[in-house]
Ligand binder design. Structure first.
Ligand SMILES: Cc1cc2nc3c(=O)[nH]c(=O)nc-3n(C[C@H](O)[C@H](O)[C@H](O)COP(=O)(O)O)c2cc1C
Length: 196
């Protein structure tokens, strides 16, 4: 896997795609990794980078930029909005994709769909970024990753929302086959953009 760190990062010779992600409890990291693997399976060079190591990267140097963030307390990670806001001009000249990971995206109701869309609209308004494509991906409930306070808070919230409250296990709502398909489709976006 190509994963950059502040010390080792450099733009690959065949720039390919950049996947930048933030992940509070590790689930979006798994999604970004799976997406990068699916794109690589289509022959694309992919640089996968945690947001903490993305400060020096230049989106315009890549053929495709994917930004993945998760929702906590009704907002995406601030480090991601800051990076996107800072690189808005560069992101405007390459195909770019925003992946928003949340539990509301796991719910099949009009209210949940409206909430999910609102979270994305708010992120776009905050950053001024208009990605070529936006995908809302259902995340997971990771009770075993949470500290005791967060675990109890989430159990209460999940009780109200009709989600499981047995904190002895995690609940993964992500459709991993869809993530694989998305990786293939994103690789094609980049290829068609380069050919055009
Ligand atoms: C403290 C906390 C707050 C959360 N707040 C929201 C929220 O407001 N809306 C939502 O849809 N999901 C919310 N979630 C669910 C996360 O988006 C979901 O667990 C996601 O998979 C987390 O991904 P990560 O591990 O990459 O951070 C919250 C999760 C936690 C632990």
């Amino acid at each position: 896997m190509t994963e950059t760190t502040a010390a080792t990062s450099q733009v690959p010779e065949d720039a390919g795609a950049l996947v930048v992600y933030a992940s509070t409890h590790g689930h979006t990291a798994k999604i970004a990794t799976r997406l990068a693997d699916a794109m690589r399976a289509q022959g694309l060079a992919v640089e996968l980078t945690h947001i903490d190591h993305a400060g020096h990267l230049t989106p315009a140097h890549y053929d495709l930029v994917v930004v993945a963030a998760s929702v906590h307390k009704a907002g995406h990670q601030k480090a991601v909005s800051a990076w996107v806001g800072e690189h808005r001009d560069g992101l405007a000249i390459v195909p770019s994709v925003f992946i928003s990971v949340s539990l509301s995206a796991a719910e099949d109701t009009d209210a949940a769909r409206a909430t999910t869309q609102h979270l994305v609209d708010e992120f776009r308004a905050q950053t001024g970024w208009s990605p070529t494509r936006t995908e809302c991906v259902a995340g997971s409930l990771q009770y075993r990753e949470y500290d005791p306070f967060t675990r109890q808070l989430m159990r209460l919230l999940m009780h109200h929302m009709g989600h499981p409250t047995d904190a002895s296990r995690d609940y993964d709502y992500t459709d991993w086959d869809a993530v694989d398909r998305l990786g293939g489709e994103l690789a094609a976006i980049r290829v068609s953009a380069v050919v055009a």
